[in-house]
Design a binder for this molecule. Sequence first.
Ligand code: FES
Length: 262
Amino acid sequence: MEPKKISLVASSRRDFIESFAYTAAAGCAVVKACTNAVFGALLPEPATGAGYVQLKVENYPELQTNGQTLRLGLCGITGRRPEQRSANTNFFPLLITRSSEGNYWVVDSSCTHNGFLVESQGSVLFCPTHGSRWQHNGTRISGDARVNLKSYKTVFRSDVGSMGELAVEVPRLGYSVILSPVDSAADRLELRFTARQAITYSVMYRESLGEDWLAVQFASSATSTLDQTSFTPTTSDTTARLWVAKPATSGFFAVHTRVTKV
Ligand code: FES
């Protein structure tokens, strides 16, 4: 059975961008169905435990203009109070501001006073709860918050896409993927990885290294229907087990982390 591919393209370009910006593939494996062999998990868990959010600049107008700020969520948020955010308070939205072409500041949106959500307001970052203010690079200006916002490391590659690609290193987001055959279901493979609470994951597939990744449907058990398109753990960090259709020939699987504008 071939992995059933699903379209990444939603109803509009805006939906596409907001729904399907990913971290890097955290792991992949080669499958040769003819020998029934599975070759490894190719990417080991990063030594630092970090994962990389990779953003093509062409997909985000905010990343194309100096002084504009993009707020990017790794988990959903519903309000600015800590208890209104996702249950996973390890991953607050990122505030990404372009300082000049190819250079970006990325800081955490968790206020260093009481952890409420910080937002961009004109030339500063601002916490509406008690009025603290910072520069876009996270340097404190004034208010009850006494320290700078946490900042993230970035890498910019100008040779990706038409406008370059920004990678943001996010602590604790990294994971590796183990792929193994399933004895009880010869037409399936099992993927295992450490999943973080409230983060949404999708399974991707490509037949060869030169092709684009495509999302594929998966199952939540070795025998259930292959009809899932995303997985979001509701409990704290856990070992996720997902099952996919074994390709007829060969291919690569990866698990991607979804991020959205918030
Ligand atoms: S929570 Fe942000 S200034 Fe108090």
